[in-house]
Design a protein around this ligand. Structure first.
Ligand code: NBG
Length: 772
């Protein structure tokens, strides 16, 4: 707390340039251990607690993690604020304090059933509300002309308001005594509004109004990679960015600050399109409320926003119907309209007569309904646009946002994602951390490239033995957690083959499943001798968006295959499938260090980056993966010999799609694939009911949008290479050590340095606290 106040005081005193990371999601994970580590109090706390008769592990066990994110995008935001603090960058994270985070997943007869994530039921010891800094946010109504003569100015007459109350969270830097702030907004009914109705005697209406307002920050939309076009979601987005912009301008900057200089004080990094409504909001603040002429305001706006895109799926780019936006934010729609008109004149001037291009690039789409394309708005307003891995950034510039990259090549850049080594190595894998530190010192914790110094150790048999012992220990630890958490028993020594990520067709959990079913079918038909099969525990962890039918059917199928295989004495001790429900940050922290094989098998060109892939490599798992997202960079760094590459490359996949993909032809041509699919269709995994999984099978045979069948053969062959490699323990652990030694690039500290160098400019400068 002392350090936090000190950081805030210094920040105020220095008025140095800061970065605001605007994100609808921060998937923080548990806070206790991370805070103790940052402050170097872990040993002291353990001792002090034990004197009180409290085991620190038990205390850790009762912590409820704030699940304020869906998956990679939200967890990335959490890694980034950790790195910003550790690298001493003046910065603030802005988001939403959802009362209910990502749903708790349970399985009933193998099918996903969602339970609300009531993470605040006991309160949260890590948050500090600041009602004195509350901000009022308006919605609805209409606009009127003004007589001020300011170009572009109008007057917004909203018809309802809510109050945003900020809750501050500490973001401690590791070992540097800096503590940054994460500020999450909670929606409350405005007092005035409330009282008015209350006084009129309508108590029920007063309570209804309150509930209505508070709904805004009630629940996280459980979507991942697909937008949820709901009015409430747009309310959430506007709510948190309106609070965040005004918070900085009114409460962080001095009262007499000249907003022409705003770009010298702040960069707003837009985490995907969710916060992009901040663009017209800043224009409104400048033009309507501060009397800036339109052009002056636009010049400022274009210098403060930078946009990170996190997807390649066209259907995942957010669009808001004009009708909805105009009803909720009439003034913002007018502003977007003018931005678009001026932008399109620029396009016409540069490409005379090219109407098709103008239609493609317009911020407002005309069909199927008039709608605002938020990615276009972000690209027009942002001074930089980045993708999250090399391949992704290239595909953004050559496909998804090609017209924009043609027009403004200088705007486009790449920042490959990273993960924090504090949480995902030092805390989650204490034994490996100890081994590394013993070998090369502890500098790697803040300078992860130093893991390179471990390379020679890969040749050292004693080091490899210790490395294997640690993996074995981590497997037993994982087995204990599964037993306690879910009553699941696994062998302590089988190969741990893990596929953990959101359930999505493009990620291809069904391809993984086809591998397992094919092995099982092979054993049963006598094609594969049981003794030749390496004992494996297949671990799945995946939540499906509640409205995503095919994803939910896939979960049911995985569980059905699991229960058949796990109860079949014929494959006992060889094949085991576990699917612990409710995969979250806490479970990731014990699973990842236990894994031998990391499954990163999305169709090439669909996974923007992936970050789980990095965590596994850093903990010494080998990857079996396609040439997609950050896998490409992982493979380049760890070397082809230490990575199992398979499948079509992105241009091949694109060409096949172009030519007309026929999944059925793969079924006909490959007897093993046919046998596996037929086994599912025959009812083997559904008590003889052959219709149970017909939707999944026919989806694969008739559409298979992400071409799992086309990559099946290559995947099976790669898995055969895994079997051979794993049998040689010495070689395998050599490769595993090299994966650790060569993955230092994937630190989020490096990502943040890249953001500073490529996007935020020489500033914000790293700062040191003056005292401790
Ligand atoms: C996800 C991508 C991942 C990527 C994370 C973080 C969305 C919209 N995108 O591949 O699917 O690793 O973002 O960048 O959730």
């Amino acid at each position: 707390m002392t350090r936090w106040l000190e950081t805030l005081r210094n920040q105020y005193r220095d008025q140095a340039k800061a970065v605001a990371y605007l994100s609808a999601e921060f998937l923080l994970g548990p806070q206790l251990e991370n805070s103790l580590l940052a402050a170097d109090l872990d040993g002291i706390a353990e001792q002090a607690l034990s004197e009180l008769g409290i085991n620190i592990a038990d205390l850790r066990g009762v912590e409820i993690e704030p699940g304020l994110g869906n998956g990679g995008l939200g967890r990335l935001a959490a890694c980034f604020i950790d790195s910003l603090a550790t690298k001493n960058v003046p910065s603030i994270g802005y988001g939403i304090r959802y009362e209910y985070g990502i749903f708790q997943q349970t399985f009933v007869n193998g099918r996903q059933v969602e339970k609300p994530d009531d993470w605040l039921r006991l309160g949260s010891p890590w948050e500090l509300p600041h009602p004195e800094n509350a901000i009022e946010v308006s919605f609805g109504g209409h606009t009127e002309s003004v007589s001020s003569g300011v170009d572009g100015a109008r007057h917004w007459v909203p018809n309802w308001k809510v109050t945003g109350v900020p809750y501050n969270y500490m973001v401690p830097g590791y070992g540097n005594s800096r503590v940054n702030t994460l500020r999450l907004w909670s929606a409350e009914a405005t007092k005035a509004f409330d009282l008015q109705i209350f006084n009129s005697g309508d108590y029920v209406e007063a309570v209804r109004a309150q509930t209505f307002a508070e709904n805004i920050s009630k629940v996280l939309y459980p979507e991942d990679s697909t937008p949820q076009g709901k009015e409430l979601r747009l309310q959430q987005q506007y709510f948190f960015v309106a609070c965040s912009l005004r918070d900085f301008i009114e409460q962080v900057l001095p009262a007499d600050f000249d907003l022409n200089k705003l770009p010298e004080r702040i960069t707003y990094q837009l985490n995907d399109t969710h916060p992009v409504i901040a663009v017209p909001e800043l224009m409104r603040l400048l033009v309507d409320e501060r009397s800036f002429e339109w052009d002056a305001a636009w010049a400022i706006t274009q210098k403060v926003f930078a946009y990170t895109c996190h997807t390649l799926l066209p259907e995942a780019l957010e669009v808001w119907p004009v009708e909805l936006l105009g009803k909720l934010l009439p003034r913002h729609l007018e502003i977007i309209d003018r931005i678009n008109q001026e932008f399109l004149s620029e396009v016409r001037a540069q490409y005379p007569g090219d109407d098709a291009r103008v239609a493609r690039m317009s911020i407002i789409a005309e069909a199927p309904v008039r709608a605002v394309r938020m990615a276009h708005l972000a690209t027009v307003a942002g001074f930089k646009v980045n993708g999250v891995a090399e391949l992704h950034s290239e595909l953004l510039a050559t496909k998804v946002l090609k017209d924009f990259a043609d027009m403004w090549p200088h705007k486009f850049t790449n920042v490959t994602n990273g993960v924090t080594p504090r949480r995902f190595v030092r805390l989650s894998n204490p034994k490996l951390s100890g081994l590394i530190t013993e070998a090369i010192g502890d500098g790697w914790i803040t300078d992860l490239e130093r893991l390179r110094e471990l390379e020679p150790m890969a040749e050292d048999a004693e080091f490899r033995r210790q490395f294997r012992d640690i993996k074995a220990f981590n497997k037993r630890r994982f087995a204990d957690v599964l037993a306690k958490r879910d009553g699941i028993e696994i062998a302590g020594d089988a190969m741990v083959d893990a596929m953990v990520k959101r359930l999505h067709e493009y990620k291809r959990q069904t391809l993984k499943l086809l591998h397992i079913v094919s092995l099982y079918e092979g054993i049963h038909s006598g094609r594969i001798p049981i003794e030749s099969v390496t004992p494996r525990t297949f671990v799945f962890g995946a939540k499906a968006a509640p409205g995503y039918y095919m994803a939910k059917e896939t979960i049911a199928l995985i569980n059905a295959v699991g229960s058949t295989i796990n109860n079949d004495p014929a494959v006992q001790g060889r094949l085991k499938i576990v699917f612990p429900p409710n995969y979250n940050v806490t479970l990731a922290e014990t699973l990842i260090p236990a894994a031998d094989l990391s499954e990163q098998i999305s169709l090439a060109g669909k996974e923007a980056s992936g970050t789980g892939n990095m965590k596994f490599a850093l903990n010494g798992a080998l990857t079996i993966g396609t040439d997609d997202g950050a896998n490409v960079e992982i493979r380049k760094l760890v070397g082809d010999d230490n990575f199992f590459l398979f499948g079509m490359l992105e241009p091949e996949a694109a060409a096949l799609e172009e030519k007309g993909y026929k999944p059925h032809s793969y079924y006909e041509a490959d007897p093993e694939l046919r046998a596996a699919l037929d086994m599912i269709s025959s009812g083997t995994f559904s008590g003889g009911d052959s219709s149970a999984f017909a939707p999944v099978v026919s989806n694969l045979l008739e559409s298979d949008r992400f071409m799992a069948l086309a990559d099946f053969r290559a995947y099976m062959d790669a898995q055969a290479r895994v079997e051979v490699a794993y049998a040689d323990h010495e070689e395998w652990s050599r490769s595993a050590v090299l994966n650790v030694a060569r993955s230092g690039f994937f630190s989020s500290d490096r990502s943040i340095q890249d953001y500073m160098d490529k996007i935020w400019g020489a500033k914000p400068v790293a700062q040191n606290n003056t005292s401790d």
